[in-house]
Design a protein around this ligand. Structure first.
Ligand SMILES: [Zn+2]
Length: 275
């Protein structure tokens, strides 16, 4: 859903600056600068019930069937990558204001930014490229499999180039452990998949997620695609070996706000896993 999220983000940005939105209420517990707005919903022309067959919906979705390196895939866990090492110095340990909402399947968030200016967003570098985080969304259960095992949920952190082309995604799997996640904790109450409300101005420190998976020191990487139509290719995926640990209560809250949202596993072909 990377492209659609990107479009939604643009829509939300305009909604945020539109004075005609007077149907919000302030959030006393979350700071006076936050507002809750009903942003409605664009119906999608695809569903997860038929994710093996998206290419039949319309010709623009042909890559979902004919692509050379589609996502998600199953990864063999013992083979970690020593190439394309990401550097997260550009992920500063500060919070950014953004819009918290549900992308019709699970919670999601996009940072506020001036139009056409991605360079103030958290960024990381790999292979000499700098890419900027334009938001994240959750899938439930996870899309990627490690040694055939699926996690309960997966966060996709979507990154674009300076020219705003989607270039890299970090796929962070979530697992239940003995401790709470500070990254998840800062979100507050989740927004349900049937809820078209958007909480605007929610401060989120993205660095926490990177730190909670060990700085992505150990990872798998491959050439992949969007995992929703139109399944565009040319993205590099990074899959941290370490799962992001959430408490049982946090996982329940995430799952309760989500609905089934993983694409069927794709055949490994020209993905160049870890190469
Ligand atoms: Zn995704």
């Amino acid at each position: 859903m990377l492209t659609s999220l990107f479009l939604l983000s643009a829509l939300f940005s305009s909604a945020w600056s539109c004075p005609s939105h007077d149907n919000y209420q302030s959030h006393p517990h979350l700071g006076r600068r936050q507002v809750r707005v009903d942003v409605g919903r664009e119906p999608k022309d695809w569903t997860y019930d038929v994710s093996a067959d998206w290419a039949t919906i319309k010709p623009e979705y042909h890559l979902c069937q004919s692509g050379r390196h589609q996502s998600p895939i199953n990864v063999v866990g013992k083979d970690l990558s020593t190439h394309h090492k990401p550097n997260f110095e550009g992920y500063k340990n500060v919070a950014h204001p953004g819009n918290f909402f549900n992308w019709q399947f699970a919670p999601a968030w996009t940072p506020h930014r001036a139009e056409g200016d991605v360079k103030k967003l958290p960024s990381f570098t790999f292979d000499g490229h700098e890419v900027y985080n334009i938001g994240w969304h959750i899938h439930s259960p996870s899309e990627h499999l490690i040694d055939g095992k699926r996690s309960r949920a997966e966060i996709h952190m979507v990154h674009v180039t300076e020219e705003e082309h989607e270039a890299a995604v970090i796929g962070i799997r979530l697992a239940v452990g003995p401790t709470e996640s500070d990254f998840i904790k800062q979100l507050g109450p989740m927004i349900h998949f049937n809820d078209t409300a958007q909480l605007e101005g929610l401060q989120v420190n993205l660095r926490l997620a990177i730190d909670e998976v060990g700085g992505v020191e150990e990872f798998w990487t491959y050439k992949g695609s969007l995992t929703t139509p139109p399944c565009s290719e040319g993205l590099r995926w990074f899959l941290p070996k370490k799962e992001l640990i959430v408490s049982e209560q946090q996982m329940v809250e995430i799952l309760a706000a989500s609905r089934f949202s993983h694409r069927v596993e794709q055949q490994v072909w020209l993905h160049d896993i870890n190469l």
